[in-house]
Design a protein around this ligand. Structure first.
Ligand code: UDP
Length: 343
């Protein structure tokens, strides 16, 4: 880690991963501008560091380049995490995803280029691999986006690398695998399994397990991810893509086990209510992390039982989260089955 005081700008700084990254950077002694349009993030996420002198919180939308431009003055490091997430709304509103994830990334790149920033680190998504052939999946695996969210995040990544190639902007792209941890989204569309299960646990309702629960995910704890971003910025490597994963994968039944069996009586389903497997979803995600280990010396430190225990400590954050059951999930995922399941 560099010891000089850096001025960093984090787009999506009030979001789940962004807020953890802001905390890491502030604790490392850097000056940080947290930029967010507050569409899914909230300043509450930064309450632990809100009074620190180095932090500035700015409400701004990355699709508005004129508001964005002056904020980049004097910035050394840009972390571009702002964007639209979730599968179903991306199928319903590809225009919104294009605007935020593609045009928004273009705007951030142009502002970064004009301001001559020293480093730009992009939050890419492992969803670009779709259903991969190879496990653990290396960065060289074929790109197979299955829905507009995955496609637009990948298009953003292509632009980031292109800006390195053509304009010499020093960039790295981090492909994140199933990031989880406190402050992961508690509102809005059906998504990320942790939020779904924690709300179900609080309500004493059964866990809605997809398929047979034997599918696995490379669950990566959010503070490890924040450290990967910080390490990426501090390095001199540019124009590269790195997977960010835990070096393991865990199946959903194991997650249910760690959450404890008190997910409600669930009627005849016990603690678990099985729901149909969704089209286009892989049976496994599992990152090959040898490149990031080799080039940045980064590896995940928080193991799954520890990470899940932290989630349970902060379970009250999900008290107001939407409570899903098989019926409401069936309704909420109709377009998913309609568009991804038929061809
Ligand atoms: N999952 C589940 N029940 C749910 C939501 C998700 O069993 O109500 C499973 C899903 O099949 C997947 C894993 O949890 O294997 C992670 O799903 P999530 O939507 O969080 O991430 P992604 O599928 O994009 O990796």
């Amino acid at each position: 880690m560099e010891k000089t005081r850096i001025k960093a700008l984090v787009t999506g700084g009030a979001g789940f991963i962004g807020s953890h990254l802001v905390e890491t950077l502030i604790n490392d002694g850097h000056e940080v501008i947290a930029l967010d349009d507050l569409s899914s993030g909230c300043w509450e996420n930064l309450k632990h560091v809100a009074t620190m002198p180095g932090l500035k919180m700015v409400e701004a939308d990355i699709t508005d380049i004129n508001t964005l431009r002056p904020l980049f003055n004097g910035v050394d490091w840009v972390f571009h995490l702002a964007g639209k997430a979730d599968i179903v709304p991306s199928i319903e509103h590809p225009d919104i995803y294009y605007a935020a994830n593609v045009q928004g990334t273009f705007n951030v790149l142009e502002c970064a280029r004009a301001a001559n920033v020293k480093r730009l680190i992009y939050a890419a998504s492992s969803s670009c691999y779709g259903i991969p052939d190879v496990y653990p999946t290396p960065e060289s695996a074929e790109i197979r986006p299955q829905y507009p969210y995955a496609l637009t995040k990948f298009m953003g990544e292509e632009m980031v690398l292109h800006w390195a190639q053509v304009y010499g902007l020093p960039v790295l792209s981090l492909r994140l695998f199933n990031v989880y941890g406190p402050r992961s989204r508690t509102t809005g569309a059906y998504g990320a399994v942790f939020g779904v299960f924690l709300a179900q646990k609080l309500a004493g309702k059964p866990y809605t397990v997809v398929g047979d629960g034997k599918q696995s995910r490379d669950f990566t704890y959010v503070t490890d991810v924040a450290e990967a971003f910080a390490a990426a910025a501090a390095s001199n490597i540019s124009g590269e893509i790195f997977n960010v994963g835990s070096n393991h994968h865990y199946d959903i039944n194991e997650l249910v086990g760690h959450l404890g069996g008190d997910g409600g009586d669930g009627g005849d389903g016990g603690d678990i209510e099985y729901i149909p497997k969704r089209p286009g979803e892989p049976d496994c995600t599992f990152a090959d992390v040898s490149r990031i280990q080799m080039h940045l010396g980064w590896h995940a430190k928080v193991d799954f039982p520890t990470g899940v225990a932290h989630m349970l400590e902060s379970i009250e954050l999900w008290r107001e989260a939407p409570l899903w059951d098989s019926e409401s999930i069936h309704e909420a995922t109709k377009v998913w089955f309609k568009y991804l399941g038929t061809h």
